[in-house]
Design a binder for this molecule. Structure first.
Ligand SMILES: NC(=O)c1ccc[n+]([C@@H]2O[C@H](COP(=O)([O-])OP(=O)(O)OC[C@H]3O[C@@H](n4cnc5c(N)ncnc54)[C@H](OP(=O)(O)O)[C@@H]3O)[C@@H](O)[C@H]2O)c1
Length: 487
């Protein structure tokens, strides 16, 4: 074990639980890096350093020793429990770091916390970078997708280090300077929101194949393996096949049937929906995915409702229709997935506008191509769409995706109709289709909502045929008056 007095490290990691220790090992494995490590509890540091002598870590017992072990400008990545622990470690580092040094928070922080922390740390002359890191423990070790925010100055030092450890997609490292202050954590949050939607859509496809088409988990695993060879190719489809193939050693049953059907979450999906509500962006696919997890996690309500009736004559998928049904579900999944990404990018566009970030949408799609949970073939198509049409109003209208939904929308409708008739819940498939139909509608019933609002609350409305703001005197003679400025 090296000690702080022997050598200087160019990068340090604070927090050596699974993510921090793997990230530190990843950093140490790259040419030119010397890594200092510090953890609140020294015994954990000892464990990590002893288990990985090849990494040549410089182990620090105290935060002061940690700072001394780093060459300047000092650069440290914090990988501790998001929340109060992050603030505690930042406070400690600010005490021992100097102006020009860089503190990176690689945890799953809420982007508004990152904005607050960046502002506070910047006042000391120290750089603060909130960096979203995706890919779980495996990604941290072998190459994650990294979404750093913070200043250009910090990126100058940090960029080469992060590029050295990031996943690589088609020769390009999956890291880019997303934007200033909280931009990186914002984009990571949206990434996680899209991940929720993607997982829920896949789960709905599975449920339909199981309940409506009567297929076994092993058969469905085969379907997902096939799908992974085409336009749905992605990490989540790949692991879905593996999960469905798994057999429980204790019972011999399919693994999927012995897992309690109550989904957990760590909050980033909720943040995405809350933030999007504030921004006025309809991320309905993501919201339905979050709600579906919530519904699953209410066992007493579910038990109380379990005798409520379903359809009296649910449609059956005959064996001769099965292949066509599977293909319809595949197309419905693809179309709904396009909507989930389109909505996620809408949230990024709105967030960038609200917080003044210059986020390059195509670059975001590119850094999600490898290392992260939503890595997928079709992110290349998103990057190309934004490269060809930088001012694209909405991703689903880009020529590539417009063609894809045109091709798949009939199947999508058949699947949603079938699901409703069969009583199989498909909230993400259905809401994505409703969003699609709402988006493409020439006229929306929002006109009626405006009429109602004006009726009961004098909220006024605009007319289709001339400028101005109007109110109808509903409780008077029902003539129309033009508002003059005060509303
Ligand atoms: N797990 C994942 O797949 C994943 C993926 C992406 C991002 N992340 C994010 O990465 C970060 C680290 O995740 P993790 O799962 O490796 O660890 P974690 O369980 O979230 O946190 C444990 C680490 O935090 C330290 N810690 C807790 N409270 C502290 C305090 N008050 N002061 C100083 N240190 C404190 C612990 O030190 P002690 O040993 O002293 O207790 C330990 O090193 C989190 O923000 C997480 O959200 C995780």
């Amino acid at each position: 074990m090296s000690t702080a007095s022997e050598a200087k490290a160019n990068i340090g990691v604070v927090g050596l639980a699974v993510m921090g220790s793997n990230l530190a090992r990843n950093l140490a494995s790259r040419e030119g890096n010397k890594v200092a490590v510090y953890n609140r509890t020294w015994s954990r540091t000892e464990e990590v350093v002893e288990a990985h002598p090849e990494a040549g870590f410089i182990a620090a017992k105290t935060i002061e020793e940690f700072a001394q072990s780093l060459s300047t400008p000092r650069t440290a990545i914090i990988m501790v429990k998001a929340g109060k622990a992050t603030d505690a470690v930042i406070d400690q580092l600010v005490e021992v770091f100097e102006p020009g040094d860089i503190i990176v928070d690689g945890g799953n922080a809420l982007f508004t916390d990152t904005i607050r922390r960046e502002k506070a740390v910047r006042e000391t002359g120290i750089n603060f970078v909130g960096a979203g890191i995706s890919g779980g423990e495996e990604g941290a070790l072998n190459g994650p997708s990294i979404m750093p925010g913070g200043s250009e100055e910090a990126w100058h030092t940090l960029g080469p280090i992060l590029k050295s450890i990031a996943a690589v997609a088609e020769g390009e490292p999956c890291v880019t300077h997303v934007g200033t202050d909280g931009a990186g954590h914002f984009v990571k949050m949206i990434h996680n929101g899209i991940e929720y939607a993607d997982m829920q859509l896949i789960a709905e496809a599975y449920d339909l194949l199981r309940k409506a088409a009567g297929m076994t988990p092993a058969e469905i695993a085969g379907v997902f393996e096939e799908w992974n060879k085409g336009e749905l190719e992605s990490y989540l489809i790949e692991i879905t096949a593996e999960v469905l193939r798994q057999v429980d050693a204790a019972t011999g049953k399919p693994f999927i049937d012995i897992v309690l059907d109550q989904a957990g979450s760590k909050g980033t999906g909720v943040w995405t929906v809350q933030t999007s509500l504030d921004l006025g962006v309809p991320v309905s696919g993501i919201a339905e995915a979050v709600f579906a997890r919530s519904l699953s996690a209410h066992p007493r309500q579910r038990a109380a409702a379990s005798d409520l009736p379903g359809p009296s004559a649910p449609p059956a998928v005959s064996s001769s229709d099965r292949d066509a049904f599977i293909e319809d579900v595949r197309q419905a999944l693809y179309a709904s997935k396009i909507i989930a990404y389109s909505q996620g990018f809408d949230a990024i566009i709105a967030g960038a506008e609200e917080y003044g970030w210059d986020i390059k949408k195509g670059d975001i799609a590119k850094i999600w191509r490898a290392g992260c949970i939503i890595r997928a073939q079709f992110l290349n198509r998103i990057a190309e769409s934004y490269a060809e049409h930088p001012d694209l109003e909405v991703l689903v209208a880009a020529p590539y995706f417009a063609e894809a939904v045109s091709r798949t929308q009939e199947a999508w409708r058949r699947v949603v109709i079938h699901a409703v008739a069969a009583g199989v819940p498909t909230p993400a498939f259905s809401s994505s289709l409703a969003y699609y139909d709402g988006l493409r509608a020439e006229r929306l019933p929002a006109a009626l909502v405006q009429g109602q609002r004006d009726f009961f609350g004098a909220h006024t409305y605009k007319r289709v045929d001339r400028d101005g703001t109007f109110h109808t005197l509903w409780s008077g003679d029902r003539s129309e008056v033009e508002e003059t400025g005060s509303h």
